[in-house]
Design a binder for this molecule. Structure first.
Ligand code: SF4
Length: 821
């Protein structure tokens, strides 16, 4: 047993292991106020919610309050480990500024009210608009942080009850491209990888994925492999010198906006050198000849020029990828939040597919999620897609869903793909959407071009409902605010990146009058009078377990089949990976083991899209191209970014995150250890760029784009020349400004600067290539920026005190198997 400062050492100590061995267990725990395990009244099973890894943990309860957490040793995901956000983030539950009563806008001000008044106002306005304008006046924008049961209920209300197609989640900013890339290659969402692939891989390639900061425990698993015998080679594609880049065998740092060029060159090299599994390609794919032809001109020399990466490095990376025996590929925001996001992510799939590296230990693809329950947003239909990966273009899927919901098929909107949030905002701007119901997300900080977003959300003609746990920047603009319970205060299930489903049980009561999101949604459905075709209530459950049972039926026979699970089965042991049914009662570690996909025209979730325009592929076209349901090899020509640097705006601005925070900091900003580790916004610039301008660490800079201005102190970091990085976590709730910068004042939120533009296929907004200018407001005078030193923002010049957490951040580590080093 050891105590470690987990702010200073986010990944804890090493437990090395070799290929094919089991990852040793290490149980991490943190109890507040000097309490010991003997003081704990009870432990309640759950999993983490401040990232997508799905680390299983138990919540410690004393005197009906949460007092700490402990990793679950038996769980397949984390083998007992927890990351800093898991260890400390729960403290936000106790914040004195939690919402405890509904609020309603009266004479321009939000005032406290009772639940009946609030819910009558919400349902009343929705009914009025339904009568006046029909379902297209109403939209829903949710999150990746509720539970499966809540998403399924929300999707049922929106699609099956109200009949609107305007449904999306903030997963649009986060994992829309993950889903899109899987739909393009495999015609269906669902991760063809497992975390256990890390235990077997001889090459791990991370594309735009700073795993060390986004999934600290998964990176711990990689670090333990790297510290053990026969470590894997690591390929990192990232314009910043992240901890992943520092551990990499080859680090490619392309110019922002050039990922597709780089990927095309890698695939070109792999094909040229014959590093292809021809048998696999012939038996299980369509489109190889076209791919080969398309990649012809993409030489490493061409890519070197466009991406500003040495051709030799590209060759070296291609050789490692091409000669890998067990290749695990992972992808995240560096690829997803770009103008050719889906094309770049699909290219990663292509490499694994043409190398036949799927469905075997160590061979997998993880198109990553960022949020804990993003997978559920997608699979349960709360991102606008139909539940259980049903295809909106397939009438039989619609009829089947109507049967499950006992409604008329025509009630389910299926005339077009769902309206993504960026398009919804256009409709709000134009005035056709008049009602927006936001659950557990903060678009007034997280969406691009904030001045525009605030104007849209603040319109009188838009009725804005916000269901949340704090008075976020978005909630401050609402007409009605509904106080929600959060993790630890309600029961439900959720699914991580590698399809592992965990249960999260209620440990304590929510504060004041706050209610579980599920209860609020059911109340809304009843007040709306939503019914099935026999006049019975549309939502047939009244609690989380009932909703889970309803979902199981909806998932029956579909790829994400949950029918073999139950709350009882999920309690006590490890999480379980879907599909889990009669055939696979213990779940399924790897899908596509037999080279068969969920891509058959009658079964698939999607017929795909054109990679350049995003136009949906027609059913007949798909049937002709892929009649038996193989993996589809497709790629795109490289197209330059839409907003290029200019004399006036010479830099390329990327936004992103840091290890210690999550999203708009509503929770992590209220956990003392996490907040202290990264308390204020900063901007990163390369040493050469800073020296050219005479800037040094800590200078106060103004970053300007055609859309706005932000003020931040400089961190001279290992970012590539010509690029800037701003963390996107910082908004206004903890400033005197409230929901937005005071007039004439520079902003703090990175999205003051970003642009209204998106990938044509996944509709994911672009956050990596805004043209920006920088000027100095004042010199540092000894002050340093607040950027952590332990992460991708580590300083490369000057003397900056290291990020530590001190006594307040000491957490226990108990290594129970293997060696500790
Ligand atoms: S921080 Fe980024 S990757 Fe993580 S959940 Fe949010 S949008 Fe997704």
């Amino acid at each position: 047993m050891g105590r470690i400062d987990r702010i200073a050492e986010p990944w804890g100590s090493r437990t090395p292991y070799g290929p094919g061995e089991t990852w040793p267990t290490r149980v991490d725990s943190y109890l507040a106020d000097g309490l010991t395990e003997d003081d704990v009244d009870r432990w309640v099973q759950s999993a983490t919610i401040l990232h997508s890894n799905g680390d299983a943990l138990d919540i410690a309860v004393k005197d009906e309050r949460i007092v700490g957490v402990r990793g679950r040793e038996v769980d397949r995901v984390n083998h007992g480990r927890l990351g800093p956000k898991d260890l400390f983030g729960w403290q936000a539950n106790h914040s004195p500024d939690r919402l405890t009563k509904p609020l309603i806008r009266r004479k321009g001000k939000l005032v406290e009210t009772d639940w009946d008044t609030a819910m009558d106002a919400v349902a009343g306005r929705a009914k009025e608009l339904l009568e006046e304008q029909g379902p297209s006046a109403i939209s829903f924008y949710t999150t990746g942080q509720l539970f499966l049961e809540e998403y399924y209920t929300l999707g049922l209300i929106a699609h099956g009850g109200i009949g609107t197609n305007h449904v999306d989640g903030n997963t649009r900013l986060c994992t829309a491209t993950a889903a899109a890339a899987l739909k393009e290659t495999f015609a269906c969402d669902g991760q063809p990888g497992s975390y256990t692939d890390i235990d077997h891989a001889d090459v791990i390639a991370l594309y735009g994925h700073n795993m060390a900061e986004t999934q600290t425990v998964l990176w711990t698993r990689v670090l333990d492999r790297l510290a053990g015998p026969n470590p894997p080679k690591v390929i990192c594609v990232d314009p910043r010198e992240t901890p992943v880049a520092r551990a990499a065998t080859v680090h490619l740092a392309p110019r922002p906006g050039t990922n597709v060029m780089l990927m095309n060159a890698l695939i070109h090299e792999i094909i040229e050198n014959g590093w292809i599994d021809r048998e696999y390609v012939e038996a299980h794919t369509v489109g190889f000849a076209e791919l080969e032809k398309q990649m012809k001109g993409y030489t490493p020399e061409l890519a070197a020029e466009v991406c500003d990466v040495p051709a030799e490095q590209i060759r070296e990376a291609a050789r490692i990828l091409g000669q890998a025996e067990r290749l695990l590929s992972t992808v995240l925001q560096g690829f997803y939040q770009a103008h050719q996001a889906s094309a770049a992510a699909v290219s990663v799939n292509n490499i694994n597919v043409i190398r036949g590296m799927l469905g075997k230990p160590g061979c997998g693809i993880l198109q990553m999620n960022g949020q804990p329950t993003a997978e559920n947003t997608r699979e349960a239909g709360a991102d606008g897609d139909l539940p259980a990966f049903r295809n909106w273009e397939n009438d039989e899927h619609i009829a089947d869903l109507a049967r499950v919901w006992n409604i008329d098929p025509m009630q389910i909107p299926h005339y077009s793909p769902p309206t993504h949030i960026m398009q919804q905002l256009r409709y709000m701007e134009e005035g056709s959407i008049r009602f927006l119901y936001v659950t557990a997300t903060n678009p007034a900080v997280s969406l691009p071009e904030l001045r525009r977003i605030r104007e849209i959300l603040a319109q009188d003609r838009l009725f804005l409902v916000v269901q949340d746990i704090f008075l976020s920047e978005t909630a401050q603009l609402a007409d009605v605010v509904l106080p929600a319970a959060t993790w630890g205060e309600k029961t439900g299930t959720f699914t991580n990146v590698d399809r592992t489903v965990h249960i999260s049980d209620k440990a304590v009561e929510p504060p004041g009058e706050a209610k579980a999101d599920l209860d609020i949604l059911i109340d809304f459905a009843h007040r709306m009078g939503l019914e099935d075709k026999d006049g019975a209530p549309l939502v047939k459950w009244s609690d989380a377990e009932g909703a889970f049972e309803g979902w199981k039926e909806c998932s029956r026979g579909r790829p994400c089949d949950y029918t073999g699970m139950s709350y009882d089965k999920l309690r006590g042991g490890s999480g379980i990976q879907w599909p889990c049914n009669d055939e696979h009662p213990d779940g399924t570690e790897r899908i596509y083991e037999d080279g068969r996909f969920w891509a058959h025209p009658d079964y698939c979730e999607s017929y795909g899209r054109d990679m350049i325009t995003g136009a949906p592929v027609e059913e007949t076209e798909y049937k002709a191209m892929n009649p038996t349901g193989r993996a589809v090899l497709k790629a795109a020509e490289y197209i330059g970014p839409h907003e290029l640097p200019s004399q006036q705006y010479p830099f390329q601005l990327m936004t992103g995150r840091t290890l210690y925070h999550f999203h708009t900091r509503t929770k992590t900003g209220r956990a003392p250890q996490l907040n202290a580790a990264a308390p204020e916004v900063w901007v990163e610039m390369a040493a050469g760029d800073a020296a050219d301008r005479g800037f040094t660490e800590g200078d106060l800079l103004r970053i300007t784009t055609p859309r706005g201005r932000v003020e931040a102190r400089l961190r001279v970091s290992g970012i590539r020349p010509g690029a800037l990085f701003l963390p996107f976590h910082y908004g206004y709730w903890d400033t005197e400004d409230g929901s937005q910068p005071k007039k004439k004042r520079d902003g703090r939120a990175a999205n003051e600067l970003t642009l209204t533009d998106w990938d044509p296929v996944s509709k994911q907004p672009i956050f990596k290539t805004a043209a920006a200018a920088v000027e100095r407001i004042s010199k540092a005078k000894g002050q340093v920026s607040a950027a952590p030193t332990t992460t991708g923002s580590a300083p490369v010049t000057g003397s900056v005190p290291p990020t530590t957490g001190g006594d307040a951040a000491l957490a226990e580590e108990l290594v129970t198997t293997g060696d500790r080093r």
